[in-house]
Design a protein around this ligand. Structure first.
Ligand SMILES: NC(=O)c1ccc[n+]([C@@H]2O[C@H](COP(=O)([O-])OP(=O)(O)OC[C@H]3O[C@@H](n4cnc5c(N)ncnc54)[C@H](O)[C@@H]3O)[C@@H](O)[C@H]2O)c1
Length: 242
């Protein structure tokens, strides 16, 4: 399948884990991929392994850096068709310990970063419209202790997805969210709740980054032309269990 021939795709946090698998899948389907990551060396060296991809330093929580990433994409590829808001981070504290700065640290990356990139597609999307895929989490629906800013930011990301689908309709911009369950990346195994056993993960419930990439490319493709405002769990059925 070469569903993205001639199209340009920005993947935030694309230098590692799920984002790297998403970037790989888009490139394999013909897209010109921009890997926008805080870690510029990792972004550039990973981009060099993909046909036609470029790596760009971008802190998604900095609106100026997001604008500059969109402008570089337009300079290099002439268009922006798809944005995958994948960059994310999770921190761990109890409700009595959090400071305002702690909350903002998570919100600026997991929520505002997606909002800033969404704005860029509304400013620069062409006549044929575009697609946004927001990588949320099962934590948007069910959660565990000590992760309040993360679960709140991911829940808000589902809300942003719905608003984007409504405001995007007239512009042919679709927006959908993916709720990954436990996916085999450094972020999963570095999670203190997982390490301590507070969040118990059955090995049978662990998916691969490629499972999320398959869903992301589907939702961004014309195969999903009538799907917008939706949230798709890619979790091996974890959310369905009592
Ligand atoms: N791994 C899981 O089990 C899991 C489950 C549910 C949701 N998710 C979500 O999937 C997404 C990717 O997670 P992952 O497991 O691949 O994590 P990861 O830590 O392997 O990769 C995250 C990437 O985001 C980049 N990043 C962090 N802050 C950034 C910033 N401010 N600007 C730009 N890039 C930044 C990092 O440099 C890294 O390359 C995240 O949004 C995460 O919340 C992951």
């Amino acid at each position: 399948m070469r569903r993205f021939e001639g199209r340009s795709v920005i993947v935030t946090g694309g230098a590692s884990g799920i984002g790297a698998a998403i970037a790989t899948r888009f490139a394999s389907e013909g897209a010109k991929v921009v890997i926008a990551d805080l870690k510029v060396e990792a972004a550039e060296s990973f981009a060099a392994t993909l046909p036609g991809a470029i790596g760009i330093a971008c802190d998604v929580g900095d609106e100026g850096a997001v604008e500059s990433c969109a402008n570089t994409t337009l300079d290099r590829f002439g268009r922006i068709d798809v944005i995958v808001n994948n960059a994310g981070l999770m921190t761990f504290k109890g409700l009595g310990e959090w400071t305002g700065d702690d909350w903002m640290k998570v919100f600026r990356v997991d929520l505002l970063g997606a909002a800033f990139f969404t704005k860029q597609l509304f400013l620069h999307g062409g006549d044929s419209g575009g697609a946004i895929v927001n990588i949320a989490s099962v934590h948007a629906i069910e959660t565990s202790a000590n992760a309040a800013p993360y679960s709140a930011a991911k829940a808000a990301l589902l809300s942003l997805t719905r608003t984007t689908s409504i405001e995007g309709k007239g512009r042919k911009i679709r927006a959908n969210a993916i709720l990954p369950g436990a996916i085999d990346t450094p972020m999963l195994w570095d999670n203190p709740n997982v390490k301590s056993g507070a969040e118990v993960i059955d090995r049978k419930d662990v998916g691969r980054p490629e499972d999320v990439a398959a869903a992301a490319t589907f939702l961004a493709s014309d195969d999903a032309a009538f799907i917008t405002g939706a949230s798709l769990a890619v979790d091996g059925g974890r959310l369905a269990k009592l």
